[in-house]
Design a protein around this ligand. Structure first.
Ligand code: AMP
Length: 432
């Protein structure tokens, strides 16, 4: 179905054409008419499916009649609120709002932690119709009376499964309490598990469900390949694959921040330009690393799972799991970074003997085996004994550790809505 059959206005179609999009993606085709009709929406769509445009385009259209050129902040109340789990995703969604809203005179802003609050407060005080925010910083700004949410007519919860994982639900509840009851709510999630459904039960009214990828199914166009390799030889194998396969832009995942830094350093030493991106790095370091990567100045970005949320790098050709994730669903999130919007992509995993249980869990989730091959020159030594992961005695303990770390890295501060001193969010690692 062409874009102009979805009920979108000329201004919005104009912006879509500017982007060179010819046809709507499946989630856009299904979600856009539902949102335009004013219904609540529960959408299962992974990053890379075009989900951002699926909510941004109809929101722009619904709000266009309210656009005005008044200088009074009171004439520009927040009418659409998009909440995302991470700063990177918030920035990307905000960029999409600007891009798709190019021909519509609506104001938008993005607020997230890790940077001084004052410039954001100034911008929101001046009045914006569309606000994209991470939960903690949004609550800070509400506490400072720099944001008022009483006129929000559309709420979007993006990557809701991530928000659950990162412990943001108490903050979300607080935010939702500040919104008018009669609003329209849209919830997007990469996966539909019972927690997401119960969240939807709390926040949505009689939603239309749109499910474009089957439950826990890897993006179909990703070619998956696994290389068994000894644990000490993973870096050599990665460097070898980068060189022999001619990879230019590689996103590599590790389980820990320490490993991300160490691997980036080791790759750099053998002449492969690599930078780590994780929550211990400042926001400007992360933004810079991403920009350099997109510009092709660095070949390899080494990321942890938390840091990777929302990274949008167009046409990313290769994702490498240098270490398999402790939580099987993270495998899907990771490989969802390639083959975006229907393009082909490769997801390559390097697995050593220690990771057999993790591999089994991933394959159980995928309901199929990942194809594998041994790279000549990197045949694993059959006599190597497996070692527990993370130095813990059991995989279960290591997985609990991982969940705790993740919750900590993205954990919201407890307590009610209250002002916070300027710049206090700067030390917050993610999403603040
Ligand atoms: P998202 O899933 O929202 O992160 O979008 C993934 C990528 O798909 C983004 O880089 C968009 O620019 C691109 N995209 C979104 N909609 C379309 C479309 N209809 N046709 C082609 N590309 C699209």
């Amino acid at each position: 179905m062409p874009f102009d059959h979805l009920g979108l206005s000329a201004e919005i179609l104009h912006a879509v054409a500017d982007e060179g999009y010819e046809l709507p993606t499946p989630v856009q085709e299904e979600a856009i008419p539902v949102v335009l009709a004013g219904r609540d929406l529960l959408a299962a769509a992974q990053t890379g499916t075009g989900k951002t445009a699926a909510f941004v385009l109809p929101i722009l259209q619904l709000l266009t009649p309210l656009a005005n050129t008044s200088f009074s902040p009171a004439r520009h109340p927040v009418r659409a609120l998009v909440v995302t789990p991470t700063r990177e995703l918030a920035m990307q969604v905000a960029q999409s709002v600007k891009t798709y809203g190019r021909h519509v005179p609506l104001r938008s802003a993005v607020v997230y932690g890790g940077v001084p609050v004052d410039p954001q407060a100034k911008e929101t005080r001046a009045g914006v119709e569309i606000l994209v925010a991470t939960p903690g910083r949004l609550l800070d700004l509400v506490g400072q009376r720099a944001v008022n949410l009483t006129q929000v007519s559309i709420l979007v919860l993006d990557e809701a499964d991530r928000m659950l994982d990162m412990g943001f639900i108490p903050d979300i509840r607080r935010i939702v309490e500040l919104l008018p009851a009669g609003r329209q709510s849209l919830l997007f999630s990469a996966t539909f598990n019972d927690d997401v459904r119960s969240l939807a039960g709390n926040f949505l009214r009689d939603p239309v469900t749109v499910e474009v990828a089957r439950r826990n199914t890897a993006v179909e166009t990703v070619r998956q390949m696994l290389y068994p390799v000894d644990r000490e030889r993973k870096t050599d194998l990665l460097a070898h694959l980068i060189r022999t396969r001619g990879w230019r832009q590689v996103l590599v995942f590790t389980r820990t921040k320490i490993m991300a830094s160490r691997l980036a350093r080791d790759l750099d030493r053998v002449g492969i330009a690599a930078v780590p991106i994780h929550s211990d790095r400042t926001q400007s370091e992360r933004t810079r690393a991403l920009a350099d990567f997109k510009a092709g100045e660095i070949e390899v970005l080494v990321a942890t799972d938390v840091a990777s949320r929302g990274l949008d790098i167009e046409e990313l050709p290769v994702v490498v799991n240098y270490e398999l994730p402790l939580v099987a669903e993270d495998y899907l999130h990771r490989i969802g970074r390639t083959a975006r919007a229907g393009l082909d992509g490769d997801a390559v995993s390097l697995a050593c003997i220690d990771e057999v249980d993790l591999l089994r869990a991933i394959q159980r989730m995928l309901k199929r085996a990942i194809p594998w091959q041994v790279e000549p020159g990197f045949v694993p030594d059959r006599n190597v004994e497996p070692r527990p992961i993370s130095g813990r005695s059991s995989p279960g303990a290591a997985i609990r550790d991982a969940r705790e770390t993740r919750a900590r890295e993205g954990a919201p501060r407890r307590g009610g809505v209250r002002p916070r001193p300027t710049g206090a969010g700067e030390r917050r690692p993610t999403g603040r």
